[in-house]
Ligand binder design. Sequence first.
Ligand SMILES: NC(=O)c1ccc[n+]([C@@H]2O[C@H](COP(=O)([O-])OP(=O)(O)OC[C@H]3O[C@@H](n4cnc5c(N)ncnc54)[C@H](OP(=O)(O)O)[C@@H]3O)[C@@H](O)[C@H]2O)c1
Length: 244
Amino acid sequence: MKRILIIGATSAIAAACARLWAGEGASFFLVARHAEKLASLASDLDVRGASAVATFIMDANDTASHDAMLEQAFARELDIALIAHGTLSDQAACEQDAALTLREFTTNALSVIALLTELASRFERQRAGALAVITSVAGDRGRPGNYVYGAAKAAVSTFCEGLRARLFRSGVSLTDIRPGFVDTPMTRGLALPRLLTSAPETVARRIKSGVERKADVLYVPFFWFPIMALIRHLPRAIFKRMRL
Ligand SMILES: NC(=O)c1ccc[n+]([C@@H]2O[C@H](COP(=O)([O-])OP(=O)(O)OC[C@H]3O[C@@H](n4cnc5c(N)ncnc54)[C@H](OP(=O)(O)O)[C@@H]3O)[C@@H](O)[C@H]2O)c1
């Protein structure tokens, strides 16, 4: 039976992953900021076969509360910790408002880096376990349309690159999950290309298997790997002229 901590558990992608693990009888420590949504997810996982579900209400930006949450979550050893929370920044609004830009960076990068720092030490002491964090393909290259969000995700990915090498010696894995377009509340109302947009259930299957086989970097779905390889290799002189 896997023991799983999910931060940002009410995210559509995280909830879809949790439903798959619940079907295998996993036990959960779920963290999210909205009590009602969290309670509803907890009872859904219960019905689907979870062996135990504990919940904790926390705003990830309230770093002072991280320690209390982790103390409870690590009352027993954990097998998997998944960090999923995030906000899709309003790029145009951020361009006019430095405080908003910093708030977005706090949610998408600083709070995640704070959590990874604490989780890494605890997993290192266990000398086992799988850490995973949802970043984004948006972190692969700064685009004019979403470079605030992209820069925050890139910061987490770069942090993960170094942290993964540190954790490797302790037998702890760190999976950097980079989804492309996924149909979730975060992207509702956006005109996404239908052929490139996936359901949360589809990406959840790949995330679950990737985390369990301790993948380093996971593009989800896989077709985003060649797409982003192409985008990463576009010469800057061309890239800066594109309206992406
Ligand atoms: N959807 C996509 O196309 C896409 C693509 C690439 C990467 N991602 C990433 O995938 C992850 C999951 O997103 P999703 O697509 O599943 O969207 P979602 O359903 O909107 O989930 C976002 C989650 O983040 C939570 N959250 C936001 N700020 C928080 C805070 N300060 N403290 C605690 N929780 C907070 C939200 O909580 P509330 O419900 O309480 O607001 C919500 O549960 C995010 O990291 C996102 O950046 C998504």
